[in-house]
Write a protein that binds this ligand. Structure first.
Ligand SMILES: CC(C)(COP(=O)(O)OP(=O)(O)OC[C@H]1O[C@@H](n2cnc3c(N)ncnc32)[C@H](O)[C@@H]1OP(=O)(O)O)[C@@H](O)C(=O)NCCC(=O)NCCS
Length: 175
């Protein structure tokens, strides 16, 4: 089932998305503030999409498509949901850099959080973000996330250490 925002549609991902995913994961500009995996061939990315377990309560992966152009531009994940606590974690990235700064990220975050609270009956959604990644923080703050903590010096890029922030959004705080 597709989930619609104002600017984006969230939809399931499959093997035909492998090329885009592989390209984003090997783009140093896209991956600048994200934890990188080791390099892998396109076939491994395709196999991962083929073999990953189906979407379920504890592990939901959506591709982000623009509503206007119906182009796949990124992905968003709700993971580690716990039914007893109603807590889950969120990750997002927009791999098509020419689509940054146009509101797609904010809309995708808002849409997946609405899905988490309304459909999955979550109570809280959390994430971590590198403190220097101001664009991402701004997108999260716009939908209502607040900073809850600072993890000192735990992300390394180009020989420099950065802090990470933990952010959280409670049911009822979504804007
Ligand atoms: C982070 C990301 C998801 C945000 O999505 P996006 O579509 O680019 O963001 P939006 O256009 O919805 O909103 C960005 C906001 O940040 C602001 N912004 C942009 N650059 C900024 C900067 N350097 N400092 C502060 N704010 C900035 C924009 O002005 C906008 O706010 P506004 O609407 O109040 O003007 C996307 O840029 C991305 O995937 N980046 C690379 C990977 C990444 O960092 N992922 C997150 C890891 S935690």
């Amino acid at each position: 089932m597709h989930v619609f925002g104002e600017l984006v549609k969230l939809r399931a991902m499959g093997p035909s998305d492998a090329e885009a995913l592989w390209r984003w994961n090997h783009d140093p500009v896209v991956m600048r503030w994200m934890h990188e995996n080791y390099a892998q061939p396109l076939e491994r990315t395709r196999a991962w999409l083929e073999e990953r377990p189906r979407n379920e309560y504890g592990n939901v992966l959506f591709g982000i498509e623009t509503l206007a152009g119906q182009t796949l531009i990124g992905l968003i994940v709700l993971r580690d949901a716990e039914p007893e606590l109603g807590c889950a974690k969120m990750d997002i990235y927009i791999g098509e850099k020419d689509h940054w700064g146009k509101g797609y990220g904010t809309d995708a975050v808002r849409t997946v959080c609405r899905y988490g609270f309304d459909k999955m009956r979550l109570h809280k959604i959390s994430l971590t973000v590198v403190a220097a990644n101001e664009r991402a923080q701004r997108a999260y703050e716009k939908v209502g996330f607040v900073v809850e903590g600072r993890l000192r010096s735990c992300f390394r890029r180009d020989g420099e250490w950065f802090d990470e922030l933990t952010m959280g959004l409670l049911e009822g705080e979504l804007r």
